[in-house]
Ligand binder design. Structure first.
Ligand SMILES: [Zn+2]
Length: 460
């Protein structure tokens, strides 16, 4: 083989020198192509399975009866080195007419013509950017031709598989079956959550109220949560997030479902053994409802910058088109907010004389907002403890994790969006490698213990 390649390379380089300078790119791509062809031929040989021996001519079927060997059947397989062919035994159950390819299960080729290596690549490019772009990346980076639909289907299928596994973990977490994970000391563990609109196809938003009265919503709210740890503060006393400690979960789902999802994640990250626990969020009521429900032993903090925004938007109403006046008005009250003197802030808001009943109503609403969140706004106390008072991590997370789904011209089904969110969270949390390992282990388990596997599937 090596000699053949050397010969090929020699021919191409010589061809280059006679006709002018060597076009290295053309040569390297041609070499890759021929390497691929040679590799695919080797893989095809490897994927030729023999008919079963006399003692393996029948297998247990999921219906309880037996499937019998029928014949060898072949299918094309796109591998990391191009198109190969897989020939493997086919079994059929006469009782329920269910066919089986045990080899497909073992080598993770069940119901697909894409090899595990190729599917992994498709998952990576599919979670990163538009599927069309993924197709182009596959062509350029891997020398593989796939359809845009294949990128989409594969990324979504893997995302859905990740989600199925997460739901199983979540069930166990809710039934308190999960052991407290062991690990190094966790001085401070943070949980942050936020929501943002994802553009969806019409059928997913029909009948839902939009942001403007009477307008149909073209988005659905995706909720994102993150968990990270903090061990130290810097020289100036500001908190420092532990490097690579952030993990994400998210989905378009109800507050209750999301609360359970985030709880399970926090639990796996060591919530039960963290020395200090903090929940950070903006003022949205659902966040604090879920925090009370699942993270009742945490210090709750309203994002300071979000709270300041409330003052700015009120100032804009009080002094429309007068920005110096807005600034003066905010400065006085911002100090109270920053100093955690929320009672004084509320009193000062309530003493404002409004020129208009609508503005009076706005003032009342804002006063209530600060009043209700006062314990979550004791910023000097939080700072003294070296804690974060801004939820910048989750805001950045919304951009990184969910920005992929918000590019213009994209409209999602809830199912498709959730699959990509699951895949992207897995990838950005550094868990994809673990997922892929677990998946391989499961393939081997399915083959070694088919009866047990089907019993488990039945329980889910
Ligand atoms: Zn059967």
């Amino acid at each position: 083989m090596a000699r053949e390649v050397e010969h090929l390379l020699g021919l191409m380089l010589r061809a280059g020198t006679t006709a002018g300078p060597v076009d290295l790119e053309a040569v390297e791509m041609a070499v890759r192509c021929s390497m691929h062809q040679a590799g695919a031929a080797i893989l095809s040989q490897l994927l030729q399975f023999d008919p079963p021996g006399s003692e393996q001519r029948q297998l247990p079927c999921r219906c309880g009866h037996s499937a019998h060997y029928v014949e060898l059947r072949s299918k094309p397989v796109l591998t990391a080195v191009g198109k190969a062919e897989c020939v493997r035994p086919y079994y059929l159950c006469e009782h329920c007419h269910c066919g089986q390819f045990p080899v497909d299960v073992e080598i993770d080729l069940e119901n697909t013509e894409l090899s595990p290596g190729v599917r992994r690549m498709l998952a990576v490019v599919g979670q990163e950017g538009p599927f069309q772009q993924g197709r182009q990346q596959m062509e350029l980076l891997a020398g593989l031709s796939v359809t845009t639909k294949a990128v989409e289907r594969t990324a979504e299928a893997i995302g859905e598989d990740i989600e199925v596994r997460q739901q199983r973990e979540l069930q166990r977490a809710m039934q308190l079956e999960l052991p407290i994970p062991m690990g190094p000391r966790i001085p401070i563990l943070y949980v942050e959550m936020d929501g943002t609109g994802i553009p969806v196809v019409r059928k997913e938003s029909e009948g839902r109220a939009g942001k403007q009265d009477g307008q149909p919503a073209h988005t659905r709210e995706a909720k994102l949560g993150c968990v990270f740890t903090q061990t130290t503060v810097d020289e100036e006393g500001y908190p420092v997030r532990d490097e690579a400690s952030t993990s994400y979960v998210g989905a378009i789902e109800s507050c209750e479902e999301f609360g359970r999802r985030l709880y399970a994640e926090a639990w796996q990250r060591g919530w039960a053994r963290a020395e200090k626990k903090v929940v950070l969020g903006d003022g949205a009521q659902w966040i604090w409802n879920q925090a009370d429900l699942h993270f009742s032993d945490a210090t709750q903090i309203v994002d300071l910058y979000h709270a300041r925004e409330h003052l700015w938007s009120l100032a804009a109403k009080l002094y429309a088109n007068d920005s110096p006046a807005q600034k003066r008005w905010v400065m006085v009250r911002k100090d109270k907010l920053d100093n955690g003197e929320i009672e004084a802030l509320v009193a000062s808001l309530r003493s404002v004389v409004a020129s208009h009943p609508e503005i009076a109503e706005d003032i009342r609403t804002e006063a209530t907002y600060f009043q209700d969140n006062k314990q979550r706004m004791r910023y000097p106390k939080f700072r003294q403890q070296g804690l974060f008072v801004g939820s910048g991590v989750i805001e950045a997370g919304c951009k990184t994790v969910l920005g992929r789904l918000k590019r213009s011209g994209m409209f999602w089904t809830v199912r498709g969006a959730n699959a990509i969110i699951a895949l992207r969270c897995c990838q950005l949390s550094g868990k994809f490698e673990d997922y892929w390992e677990a998946r391989r282990a499961l393939s081997h388990f399915k083959v070694a213990h088919p009866g047990q596997w089907w019993a488990m599937v039945g329980q889910w």
